[in-house]
Design a protein around this ligand. Structure first.
Ligand SMILES: [Zn+2]
Length: 304
């Protein structure tokens, strides 16, 4: 009897034809509580885990659907980057743009649209993370700026839903200039006495945090969103100190007074509408009559 010659049947690999019949992407696992969620349930719950309220990342289109009552009018849909620096890193920037367009069906990382939120006409810019990390290039800056100018012209309040890794390095200094351009337009919105709510979602970092994301009359964050300028690892290496628990997360920033509210996505629309009413929406007719009295800069005349 040879001990070492015992023949063992190798474990049978599952046969191809017996493979799972469940189609790809029908179920998702919550990264927070490991609950397996049916995709349709997740969608009806606005991308929030029903068990632990983890907020999944949301596309710009879905975001508009959750905010607006019904339809909306989209602006500057065809605006696309011209790759002004003919930039190439590991891949040419043109190829990255093309991949982004194919993945999202958008021409760049933001959708600007107007529609009604609980009956109140609002201009909304929603950023798309799946398009080169929601980075802010010339097109994103231009679309948001034009959106703000349209909001001023038609006396509408503004919501920007931020979801971005920051400035788009493939457009170099041109992308950094968008910070000043958007901030300037927001100052004109402020002078026209129209409110702006910034919604910070996971992640809001870099040049976006350093400009319009933090300039809202109300800065509202989604729960547990990463919000910061430089990443935690860079900061830790620079200051050579261990960072506190929950650093750069919404709840931590609320405690430190950096943001005003942390709002569950399922309640966001109601909170925005209530804020508009508190700020005087509903007296729209009286707001509209003020237009002639408000001095607007000449730039506002240039309509694209
Ligand atoms: Zn969960």
């Amino acid at each position: 009897m040879a001990w070492f010659k015992k023949t063992r049947k190798p474990m049978a690999a599952p046969k191809k034809d017996k493979a799972s019949r469940v189609p790809e992407g029908l179920w998702v696992k919550c990264p927070d509580c490991s609950q397996v969620i049916y995709n349709k349930d997740l969608a009806t719950n606005l991308g929030v885990c029903p068990k632990c309220a983890h907020h999944f990342r949301m596309s710009a289109g879905e975001r508009l659907r959750t905010l607006f009552d019904a339809g909306w009018v989209e602006y500057d849909k065809e605006l696309a980057s011209t790759d002004p620096l003919a930039f190439t890193d590991t891949k040419p920037y043109k190829a990255r743009l093309k991949a982004g367009m194919e993945a999202t069906g958008l021409k760049d990382a933001v959708i600007v649209a107007s529609g009604a939120i609980d009956g109140i006409d609002t201009m909304v810019a929603a950023m798309e993370y799946a398009f080169i990390g929601g980075s802010m290039g010339v097109v994103v800056g231009e679309k948001i700026t034009r959106g703000i100018e349209r909001a001023i012209e038609s006396r509408m309040p503004l919501v920007i839903v931020c979801c971005s890794g920051g400035a788009r390095m493939m457009e170099g200094a041109l992308s950094l200039m968008q910070m000043a351009k958007i901030a300037g337009a927001l100052a004109r919105l402020d002078r026209a006495r129209l409110p702006y709510i910034s919604v910070l979602t996971d992640p809001t970092t870099g040049g976006v945090t350093a400009s319009f994301a933090m300039l809202g009359d109300l800065n509202i964050a989604e729960p547990k969103a990463l919000i910061g300028f430089a990443g935690p690892r860079v900061i830790e290496q620079t200051i050579r100190q261990k960072l506190p628990e929950g650093f750069q997360r919404s709840e931590f920033l609320l405690e430190k007074g950096m943001i005003d509210l942390v709002v569950d996505r399922r309640e966001l629309k109601g909170v925005v509408a209530r804020a508009w009413r508190f700020m005087g929406a509903g007296q729209v007719s009286s707001l509209k009559s003020e237009v002639s009295n408000t001095s607007l800069e000449p730039q506002l005349e240039t309509e694209a």
